[in-house]
Design a protein around this ligand. Sequence first.
Ligand SMILES: Nc1nc2c(ncn2[C@@H]2O[C@H](COP(=O)(O)OP(=O)(O)OP(=O)(O)O)[C@@H](O)[C@H]2O)c(=O)[nH]1
Ligand SMILES: [Mg+2]
Length: 583
Amino acid sequence: MSLRTFATERERLEDLLAELAAFGRDRDGDRLRASIADLEAKLRENRFHAVVVGEFKRGKTTFVNALLGAPVLPTAVVPLTSIVTAVTWGPEPRAEIRFADGRVTSVPVEDLARYVTERGNPGNRLRVERAVLTWPAEDLRDGVVLVDTPGVGSVYRHNTDAARRFVPEADVAIFITSADPPVSESELAFLHEVREHADRVFFVLNKVDHLTEEERAEALGFTERTLSEAIGRPVRVYPVCARCAVEAKVRGDAEALESFGFPTFERDLRAFLMREKGDAILRSVARRALALVADERNALEVEERALGLSSGELAEVHRRLEDVYERVRLARADLRPLLEAETGRLMAWVDEELERLARRTEQRLRAEVRAYLDERPGRPSREALRELTEAVLRDEIDRWRLAHERALAERFRAVTARFVENAQAIAAETVQRSGEILGIALAAAPLEVGLAGDSRFSYSFFEIPTIVESILPDVRRFLPTQTARRMVLRDMDQHIHEAVDKHRGRLRYDLWQRLERSRLELERALDARLAETVEAIRRGLERSERRVQEAGAAADGSTREARARLERLAAGLSALAEASDAA
Ligand SMILES: Nc1nc2c(ncn2[C@@H]2O[C@H](COP(=O)(O)OP(=O)(O)OP(=O)(O)O)[C@@H](O)[C@H]2O)c(=O)[nH]1
Ligand SMILES: [Mg+2]
């Protein structure tokens, strides 16, 4: 069976782009270069984020190692992973630690455990935000980023929320459970929270090597039923032995690997990523390249036609075309403030929702701080209050993001669809009018912007702000306890207000920036398309003028040859633009 992979299809597309660039160079000296470089960057920058989640000790880290094919990340029998670790492809093994205060340092890969594990970095006293590892695993070359997370429901409160935080933005989540013990309450609660994203979750039953054949079937049946109930629809569960898979890969033992079902999982994961995202990216880039081919065809038509015009007629054509272009500019300028106003309205909605979040969080924090102080009549611990505040803030913000980010992206998409249509109409009209002026039929290329079906802000994945900082009062140590309690409460109320306000501000800024970036990217794409359309017609005219000057209007075989080259390119690109997910 031939599985279409992102890597192979990307290579084909890159070849076609290189041919198109060569075509442009041969005809007009590299004028397509910027547009093509843009498309190449789109392909290269693509990332598939796969986040591995599950309760502590189910074998998440081992599973990541199995995907990598080597025991790269530290695993243990005690709750271990405390920090999110991302692994991406790189020619050399390299580890980078990012701290909450923004510092970044490179460390030897062997030292990773000192930063990302509970043992090496208890209670995250080093204040590590996350670790990023590059590793030369062939399977990551597609642009896959594997994200290992601390266990859900771990005894360490500070590390239980990471998984939830990463699910909404991942392209796929891999939920790892095992039969010993069976699916727990906290796992079910977690699944319930992320069920909105369940269409992007793979379910894995790990450690099946512990079980007899009979037990395995039973465990699989039970897990499938339990998870299906939690999610509200049937799910498929992959039985694997991650530890055996690591060992089999290290030994290069394909048979052993196969016997625990790991390759089936890997193949399905890859096919899923291709279908969900890879296809969309390839299609989008292929369509944009097709638009450039359509421009080149127009340039050829214009060139041929202009050769038959007298210089007086040509001057008239130029004049009338400039009028058309001026109208394009004006129509485009009219669209801009409208789009700005629409994004402004989206931000107003965000503000309302953030206001609600802030009110709710403040109330909850005040209630929890009071409850904490009531339960402990002695002197309140500054550290405990800090942890409590952090945990509540994180919890509320994570939940909010889970519920709102996708909605915001979808709203943005709905708003922008109209603008894309408008710009499309402007481009089509420009081409048609230019054709009329020249007395020929020209074809407008369809406008392709953004990635259909992807409603997430994919680029934000690693830009999640450090949500929580310690912003807490000094607890007065030497006052009588009642007085201390009153003062602590007063200080806490003040600080809770400030903390909530500060985090709301950060969240707002983060969302606003992403919205702005999306808007600017769209603007840029629309402008580029319109400019390319106009530019192609101009180029056709210029070329005909050059030919007249150089050789008179003698018949030139190069046009026929150029047409043939474009047809070949169009055929190759169309195949990619229309490729379905059939393997
Ligand atoms: N028998 C068996 N043991 C496994 C398997 N996968 C992992 N383990 C063991 O289970 C223990 C926990 O594995 P980890 O990969 O550290 O688990 P984790 O989910 O990352 O744990 P935390 O990071 O603490 O949440 C280790 O001792 C692994 O060797 C498996 O497929 N079979
Ligand atoms: Mg782990």
